[in-house]
Design a protein around this ligand. Structure first.
Ligand SMILES: NC(=O)c1ccc[n+]([C@@H]2O[C@H](COP(=O)([O-])OP(=O)(O)OC[C@H]3O[C@@H](n4cnc5c(N)ncnc54)[C@H](OP(=O)(O)O)[C@@H]3O)[C@@H](O)[C@H]2O)c1
Length: 308
């Protein structure tokens, strides 16, 4: 799947001619979208780009980004692509520098991530957890008042049993990132090999919620809002890979179908807009009621109350 990946230091940009153009003074409004080459990130690029915001889509695979960029161009969206691996801090710093050069960063939608079928436990942990640390740290420095950052988590963060979550070790992410990854991996390696990628995914996404929350005050002091959004099952390339496991969840949900990417793109758009100006430091679970359906029914059953 990732045959033609671009290494962090190979990153490159592909610019498009201007069409729509939303500006602050003479500066363009810029929205950076990691994972913008496919799935939810790409849907967000279309939704937000159509409002006139300049879009920078980010991913590792240049040809995926180029295909996405072509489609954005067909819809007259002003955009460019930046190929980099967000688990590499140096590459993320270069992304920040490029975005700041283009205009004022008004929003960042950090949707890049790897699911259990997309890599081994360490690669997943580095993309999802370390990637989020890199994105939040680097963009915090470049973002200004009234901007918004979204970190995309997952409903897996809610479904993973609490006994599996090494929450006390999360603090190392604020002290020493290498040590943090070592601590996470030594915990994950206690699990049988075939479970490790799934455990790494659940822990890394639970960490994303914790990290966004614990960044809220710091971001707030600069007038930046930060939110995490936890999708349930969505129709994306990743959703397709996890289909067998996830179908089991969706069929018993309050809304018994996977979400459409447009549905979450509109939530992203609302959250980064001034309409959500009082919203920060929270996680929004957008899962068609999947977690509520499981926890609610189980909770009632435990108390001996019939749920039907
Ligand atoms: N679809 C679902 O059912 C579902 C459910 C819960 C949570 N989520 C979360 O939602 C987010 C979006 O996923 P999606 O469903 O839209 O899947 P997707 O289409 O596979 O998008 C994920 C994107 O992330 C990029 N990416 C992965 N690792 C990266 C890295 N290290 N650096 C830069 N880019 C990277 C990928 O591009 P490259 O391969 O080119 O790098 C890809 O475009 C993810 O964080 C995922 O965990 C999805």
């Amino acid at each position: 799947m990732f045959a033609s990946t671009v290494k962090a230091d190979d990153h490159s940009t592909c610019e498009l001619p201007m069409t729509l153009n939303k500006k602050i003074g003479s500066m363009k409004e810029v929205c950076v979208i990691t994972g913008g080459g496919s799935g939810m990130g790409f849907a967000a690029a279309k939704t937000i780009g159509k409002k006139g915001t300049y879009i920078i889509i980010v991913g590792r695979t240049l040809n995926k980004l180029e295909r996405a960029l072509k489609e954005l161009r067909n819809e007259e969206i002003e955009a460019e692509a930046f190929a980099c691996d967000i688990s590499n801090r140096g590459a993320v710093d270069e992304l920040v520098a490029r975005a700041s050069e283009v205009g004022i960063i008004t929003s960042v939608i950090h949707a890049a991530g790897l699911s259990p079928n997309m890599g081994d436990a360490k690669t997943i942990m580095e993309a999802n957890a370390l990637g989020t640390i890199n994105m939040n740290e680097a963009f915090y420095k470049a973002m200004h008042e009234d901007s918004c950052m979204i970190d995309v988590s997952s409903m897996s963060a809610y479904l993973i049993p609490s006994i599996v979550i090494p929450r006390k070790k999360y603090k190392y992410s604020r002290i020493d990132k290498d040590l943090f990854i070592k601590k996470m991996m030594s915990w994950i390696n206690l699990f049988p090999k075939k479970l490790r990628a799934g455990v790494a995914y659940g822990i890394s996404k639970n960490f994303v919620i914790w990290y966004a929350k614990t960044d809220a005050l710091k971001f707030g002091m600069k007038g930046i809002r930060i939110i995490s959004i936890s999708p349930g099952s969505f129709e994306t390339p990743m959703g397709e890979l996890e289909k067998d496991r996830i179908d089991e969840y969706t069929k018993n949900s309050a809304i018994p179908r996977p979400g459409k990417v447009e549905e979450i793109a509109q939530l992203f758009e609302f959250c980064v807009s001034p309409k959500a100006s009082y919203l920060t430091g929270v996680d929004i679970l957008c899962d068609g009621g999947c977690v509520a359906s499981r926890e609610g029914a189980a909770g009632l059953r435990k108390k001996g109350i019939p749920d039907q």
